[in-house]
Design a protein around this ligand. Structure first.
Ligand SMILES: *[C@@H]1O[C@H](CO)[C@@H](O)[C@H](O)[C@H]1NC(C)=O
Ligand SMILES: *[C@@H]1O[C@H](CO)[C@@H](O)[C@H](O)[C@H]1NC(C)=O
Ligand SMILES: *[C@@H]1O[C@H](CO)[C@@H](O)[C@H](O)[C@H]1NC(C)=O
Ligand SMILES: *[C@@H]1O[C@H](CO)[C@@H](O)[C@H](O)[C@H]1NC(C)=O
Length: 271
């Protein structure tokens, strides 16, 4: 005669085995059920006005021997197409004039299932939601990519009359500037922004430095990009390195995924 404790114990084992089986089934359906999918290395790119931007889209598959790759790039809310490629060549009859002469695929890559769109000289009107629809002999799919546009440029540094001066000529939307010493303490800089007739900001920010050597960090930030420069002063020389970080919506996705995983683990633990 099994005790209540034993019954609970064995029920728990059975439940855990069932859960494991279920999760393995779901995972295997999710990962091997469809062997071909369309994906992107960056679904929320930030285009720098006037520069070229690659909208990433490619087929991910275990199968080999692509043929009959065709792709249609569309922009939500816009008449006509951004770009289309069918039967081995570009098909631009329905292309919207906004994109005329400004878009192309890298044809060598198309045969490998890479149908990323190169968009030349980004304009603010290019901002929006794009869809990349692919079809091929090994399957296809659709993915959406959200392009945001702005202006951002790395600063240059000089030393002038006891001030470390950062200058950056192209920023949009309006940025702010923060200075830190090497311990991460906030320092008070003085920043001037001027706006061109096109609305683009240029900035000059100066920091009163009391010593003639040291390392300072200058961070220029707007809603799209954070540019962090680390400037090292020796005498009247200044050397610096700069890093760009683009804001993405995907950090939100990552944390959602994490919390789903956590709740799965908790369910396990509690059962
Ligand atoms: C697709 O092609 C572009 C342009 O040649 C390249 O930069 C990118 O790395 C390629 N992506 C993949 C996944 O091969
Ligand atoms: C910012 O502008 C003020 C007033 O026009 C001027 O006095 C100051 O020197 C400027 N600062 C920089 C860093 O250009
Ligand atoms: C720069 O800082 C030093 C030391 O704190 C101070 O004596 C000096 O007046 C400052 N210079 C300016 C222009 O604010
Ligand atoms: C600087 O700008 C960013 C983005 O617009 C904003 O999130 C941040 O709070 C601003 N920081 C300051 C100190 O104003």
């Amino acid at each position: 005669m099994a005790t209540l404790g034993q019954i609970i114990f064995y029920s728990m084992i059975v439940l855990i085995v069932l859960f494991t089986g279920l999760i393995i089934l779901i995972l295997s359906l999710a990962f091997s059920g469809s062997t071909t999918e369309v994906t992107s290395s960056n679904r929320s790119p930030v285009g720098n006005l006037g520069e070229d931007e690659l909208l990433s889209c490619y087929l991910l598959t275990q199968r080999t021997g692509f043929s009959r790759v065709s792709v249609t790039w569309q922009k939500t809310g816009m008449k006509g197409l951004v770009y289309q490629y069918t039967d081995g060549s570009p098909n631009l009859r329905e292309q919207n004039s906004q994109f005329k002469g400004r878009t192309n695929l890298i044809l060598d890559d198309v045969v490998r299932g890479n149908v990323s769109l190169l968009l030349r000289s980004v304009r603010s009107s290019d901002e929006g939601e794009y869809t990349c629809s692919v079809d091929s002999s090994v399957g296809g799919g659709t993915i959406s990519i959200s392009l945001r546009t702005g202006a951002f440029s790395a600063p240059t540094f000089t030393i002038s009359k006891g001030f470390l001066v950062a200058e950056a000529i192209r920023w949009y939307p309006e940025p702010n500037v923060t200075w830190f010493d090497r311990f991460g303490n906030d320092l008070r800089g003085n920043t001037n922004l001027t706006q061109s007739s096109m609305g683009i900001y240029s900035l000059v920010s100066s920091l009163n430095i009391t010593e003639d050597s040291g390392t300072y960090t200058c961070s220029i930030e707007n809603s799209l990009v954070i540019v962090v420069s680390r400037a090292t002063i020796t005498g009247s020389n200044v050397l610096w390195t700069t890093y760009f970080t683009y804001s993405t919506a995907s950090s939100l996705l990552a944390s959602t995924y994490l919390s789903i995983m956590t709740s799965v683990l908790c369910t396990f633990y509690l059962s």
